[in-house]
Design a protein around this ligand. Structure first.
Ligand SMILES: Cc1cc2nc3c(=O)[nH]c(=O)nc-3n(C[C@H](O)[C@H](O)[C@H](O)COP(=O)(O)O)c2cc1C
Length: 156
């Protein structure tokens, strides 16, 4: 199974830490939205889409890439994010809707807190300093391992 993870991580590289752990567990390639064409995505069976949350949604370049995709029937996707306020049902809603519109089956979602020094938060050193931490990354690893097991059940 060919697996790809597409991510954007511009604030403190918080999401990059998560993306790298997941890529290792899933034996996946890593790229950015601007590093791949919609046509090239067709070579993958499972695709992870993740970024920090900027103004209550994923990075615009990730959303734009999904908009430009052809219908992706039979392809599986998972969504991940890091955010100052970890409320995935809200933060993931736009990306999730767009992926579904393109025919993806969403097989999992992961999110955790990320160090956030946006705007006035910088004055107090930000929030969630140190996140994603070891325990967040362990959870990300377990999430990816579970995806791998579920999609590749080992023979009895
Ligand atoms: C411009 C900007 C806007 C942000 N907007 C939100 C937001 O709407 N909700 C939230 O929970 N966190 C918000 N954050 C915090 C980031 O989601 C958080 O720091 C995230 O971990 C950044 O990931 P990154 O280091 O991978 O870019 C924002 C950060 C920046 C820089």
């Amino acid at each position: 199974m060919n697996t790809l993870i597409i991510y954007v991580s511009i604030h403190h590289r918080n999401t990059e830490k998560v993306a790298k752990v997941m890529a290792k567990a899933l034996d996946a390639e890593l790229t950015k939205p601007w590093g791949i064409t919609p046509k090239e995505l067709l070579n993958y069976d499972l695709i992870g889409f993740g970024s920090g949350i900027y103004w209550w949604r994923h990075h615009w370049s990730l959303l734009k890439l999904v908009e430009e995709l052809p219908m992706m029937k039979g392809k599986r996707a998972f969504i991940f994010s890091t955010a100052g306020m970890n409320i995935p049902f809200y933060n993931h809603r736009q990306l999730k809707r767009k992926l579904k519109e393109k025919g993806f089956e969403i097989v999992g979602e992961f999110s955790c807190r990320g160090w956030d020094t946006n705007g006035w938060l910088a004055k107090i050193g930000g929030i969630n300093k140190g996140h994603p931490n070891e325990s967040d990354l362990e959870r990300a690893k377990k999430f990816a391992e579970k995806l791998r097991r579920n999609l590749h059940p080992s023979p009895l």
